[in-house]
Design a protein around this ligand. Structure first.
Ligand code: ATP
Ligand code: MG
Length: 687
């Protein structure tokens, strides 16, 4: 067996081999990034097969489809492919949905879009459309479900709690009536199914005698309940994870679970791994320095195996556009050198808005890229798409597609309205087909009023430049909501403001709405070609993804962008005291600490993806506003305010170093990276 592993380049160390050969009983491997947790999980699965355990008795779960597929692929190489294929694997949702379907559950799974529409209508019915946004309510509901909190039992201590509870109950009732469920219901339904149907549960327990979970630190209480149920009574369960990489607490992931595993299962065999096989020593050093500032971190430093590699590079571009230009030029140099291919390179970002500049720069330079954004792209998000569609309609009143996205905000049924417009247009064509709606039967006064507002707005924006036009749309349709002060929506509001500001930024360079919209269209169509689905064969392409998506993955060259205050840590975490979710009690200060620690873990995940070269960049300005260097970098480098940053004068390098303010300013300093002369930079950066 070990020969076969070695033929495949896997030389397990002593502890890894121990975990690999473990067969019965619970096994916990809590270890840092790149120490071979996934490698061991794959090796052990192959070992189980080698020992004659049937693949039908094995269940592997992890957090993304991509990761699950990759594991099966790796197992396939190590064993008889026919056996490997019979293993049950996937994400929690995909595995349990298959089970539900098998049990005759026939409910339709609601799409994100339809969930939003349903909630919009409910809000309208309750006349609360200006107080809440469906997106934030859905986020709250998801959080509650993953904590197994029943909607009926939610507290009603203040007006907000009462209102939100009422809305959520109405939404749940609507789903029941129409035989629909949403994504989070999959796990909850499974939980109730197991609870109420002991025979089925026993069958599942007998079927899946070996359960293996990767990325266990991101398990939420509901998932953990399901795992515990299935693993009984033998508890042949292997979990691997790293509490320093728990980054899904917005999805109720709770790293207390991984830390409590030993308490919940008897006789747990614990195997520790502390040698990182992935990254250069300097990168690991940086990762260690970043994460050690988290109070909740338990395990010690990672040890390195790769010694002689380059130090991480720091780019301090002025704006996100400059950041994109610098990275594109680095990538070109990398590929031209012949040492790297595009597929060796990943660009990691914190938010979707944060990826806009870099994505557009990659498109403009024609660099092959795969965007791992689940098909989502900045201009097509729920926040931005309607704004673009208003612009489209202003230019072309007959744009049926744009019309149809705007209809839900008028609270008219999309299908009925579109059919009505098309029929009327056939016989009584109007320059503005949307006007027909004024004659549609059953239109209520408030709908007509809203429609007239839309016309007035379209009239207003048509001759404006795109920036003023977007500001106009924003003040008509968004500002009222953004100015409400109830705390339940503040997280969503912050994301909305970030996205709208980013949109204004992107509109800046364009003289007319027409120019801007055609630019947006070209970017959208490029994006379609660059998604996972759009690219038939992945081929040689740069990977562009959020830090969240990059968990568990590794790339030779990593660009971690946006290491600035308000981006990483994100603004929503810095202001977490305002963001505490409405059904959770607790002091705001604690909430803020937790949120900041999660951002620090994100930074740690980002840094530790790197196998060879790491670039970190912190733009000095975001959308015109000054952004300080991320506190995570300052902490890691023990930078203090009494120190200054010195910049490299070579504009293509942007290296920097810290110098004590008391040191001799006249002394010549050379850039540690390109050896050009250094110059004292704006001290405000460190304020
Ligand atoms: P993460 O926390 O990021 O998920 P991980 O602990 O799952 O990381 P792996 O992805 O399994 O780590 O391994 C990291 C890298 O180290 C991989 O490239 C893997 O092939 C390599 N590796 C693992 N174990 C060994 C070993 N014993 N010898 C050499 N390389 C190893
Ligand atoms: Mg892993």
């Amino acid at each position: 067996f070990f020969n076969k592993l070695q033929q495949n380049g896997i030389y397990l160390n002593k502890n890894q081999a121990k975990a690999c050969q473990h067969i019965n009983g619970p096994l916990l491997t809590l270890a840092g990034a790149g120490t071979g947790k996934t490698t061991v999980l794959v090796a052990r699965t192959s070992y189980l097969l080698y020992k004659g355990i049937s693949p039908k008795n094995i269940l592997i779960m992890t957090f993304t489809k991509k990761a699950a597929n990759e594991m099966i692929e790796r197992i396939t190489k190590l064993t008889n492919p026919q056996l490997a294929r019979q293993i049950t694997s996937g994400t929690f949702h995909s595995v349990f949905l298959r089970l539900l379907r098998h049990q005759g559950f026939n409910q339709e799974i609601l799409s994100e879009k339809n969930k939003l529409i349903a909630l919009k209508i409910i809000l309208k019915q309750l006349n609360l459309q200006d107080s809440y946004k469906p997106e934030s309510l859905l986020a709250t509901l998801s959080l509650l479900k993953n904590r197994m909190q029943a909607t009926e039992e939610l507290p009603e201590k203040d007006a907000t709690q009462k209102q939100v509870k009422k809305i959520l109950l109405k939404y749940e009732a609507w789903k029941k009536q129409t035989n629909k469920i949403d994504f989070d219901d999959i796990l909850l339904e499974t939980f109730f199914l197991f609870k109420n149907n002991k025979r089925l549960l026993t069958m599942m327990q007998q079927r899946f005698q070996y359960v293996l979970i990767d990325e266990f630190q991101d398990t939420n209480p509901l998932q953990y309940e399901l795992i515990k149920m299935i693993a009984k009574p033998e508890n042949n369960i292997m979990v691997v994870g790293d509490e320093k990489q728990c980054i899904y607490s917005f999805n109720s992931a709770d790293h207390a679970i991984i830390l409590g595993f030993e308490r919940d299962f008897a006789n747990v065999r614990v195997v520790t791994l502390d040698v990182n096989y992935r990254s250069p020593a300097s990168v690991i050093g940086l990762g260690n320095e970043i994460i050690k500032h988290n109070k909740s971190t338990k395990s010690g430093n990672l040890l390195a195996t790769k010694q002689n590699a380059d130090k991480p590079m720091y780019l301090r571009p002025s704006t996100t556009t400059d950041e994109a230009t610098a990275i594109v030029s680095e990538i070109k140099k990398h590929v031209a050198s012949g040492k790297w291919q595009y597929s060796d390179i990943a660009i990691l970002h914190r938010t979707l808005a944060n990826s806009r500049s870099i994505f557009e720069a990659l498109v403009q330079e024609g660099l092959p890229t795969i965007s791992y954004s689940n098909g989502e792209m900045f201009y097509e998000t729920a926040i931005i798409k309607p704004v673009i569609d208003y612009l489209r309609l202003a230019m072309n009143p007959e744009d049926m597609k744009a019309m149809s996205t705007i209809l839900p905000s008028l609270y008219v049924n999309k299908e009925t309205a579109m059919r009505f417009i098309e029929e009327q247009q056939l016989f009584y064509p109007k320059d503005r087909p949307l006007l027909h709606l004024l004659d549609m039967p059953n239109m209520k006064p408030f709908q007509k009023k809203k429609l007239k507002e839309v016309f007035a707005l379209l009239q207003k924006v048509i001759n404006k430049n795109p920036v003023s036009a977007i500001k106009e749309i924003r003040s008509s349709f968004y500002d009222k909501y953004l100015e409400t002060t109830d705390k339940s929506n503040s997280l969503h509001k912050e994301m909305m403001i970030e996205a709208l500001d980013e949109l204004l930024e992107s509109a800046k360079g364009h003289a007319t709405i027409f120019a801007f919209v055609s630019y947006v269209d070209s970017i959208i169509s490029e994006h379609q070609k660059m998604t996972e689905q759009g690219r038939e064969i992945a081929g040689d392409a740069i990977s562009l993804m959020t830090i969240h998506k990059s968990k568990g993955l590794e790339f030779p060259v990593v660009f971690l962008i946006g290491m600035s205050e308000d981006m990483l840590p994100h603004k929503t975490a810095i202001h977490a005291d305002k963001m505490e979710d409405i059904f959770q009690e607790g002091e705001p200060f604690k909430q803020k600490m937790l949120a900041l620690e999660e951002e620090r873990r994100l930074a740690y995940v980002g840094v530790t993806r790197c196998k060879e070269e790491l670039y970190i960049s912190s733009p000095t300005y975001y959308r015109g506003a000054k952004a300080d260097i991320s506190r995570f970098l300052l902490e890691a480098f023990k930078m203090e305010k009494k120190q200054s940053v010195w910049d490299c004068t070579n504009s293509t390098c942007n290296g920097w170093m810290k110098v004590d303010n008391t040191a001799d300013d006249k002394k010549e300093r050379r850039c540690p990276f390109c050896k050009s002369q250094m110059m004292i930079a704006d001290k405000a950066v460190l304020q």
